[in-house]
Design a protein around this ligand. Structure first.
Ligand code: THU
Length: 132
């Protein structure tokens, strides 16, 4: 594993401690890496009005895009789960909006269990602006 990738995984895992999860107690951390190397850390942020919860992945994307970033090379998602965490459908659709289908996504569980996939691997037969 490259030093850079280890840093990206560490960034996603260290985000777990910052997750705002008073209701689910299910922390998720994300590390979104721009093509220029800039790192955007994301956490899930819950709300007493449960449906307003924002997932860690979308937090990372919205931070990045609101800073003018639109080109990405890698996403890491970490959870305190025995198996590598699996991103929700809404987050998969947001990945498709901003990432190439073959962009690598690394999913991390407890004890460093890792699954490697891609944006298209997570959302085959995806809907994009080309379909509009
Ligand atoms: N969650 C994420 O942050 N990312 C996902 O891809 C799956 C779910 C969060 C939302 C909520 O705060 C908690 O996990 C339980 O659903």
């Amino acid at each position: 594993m490259t030093i850079a990738k280890k840093e990206w995984i560490d960034t996603a895992v260290s985000a777990l401690d910052k997750a705002y999860v008073p209701y689910s107690k299910f922390p998720v951390g994300a590390c979104l890496v721009a093509k220029n190397g800039t790192i955007y850390q994301g956490i899930n942020i819950e709300n007493a009005s449960y449906g307003l919860t924002n997932c860690a992945e979308r937090t990372a994307f919205f931070k990045a895009v609101s800073e003018g970033e639109k080109e990405f090379q890698h996403l890491v998602v970490a959870g305190h789960t025995p198996e590598p965490i699996s991103p929700c459908g809404a987050c998969r659709q947001v990945m498709v909006e901003f990432c190439a289908p073959d962009m690598p996504v690394t999913l991390v569980g407890d004890d460093g269990v890792i699954k490697e996939t891609t944006v298209e691997g997570l959302l085959p037969y995806y809907f994009t602006n080309k379909d509009l």
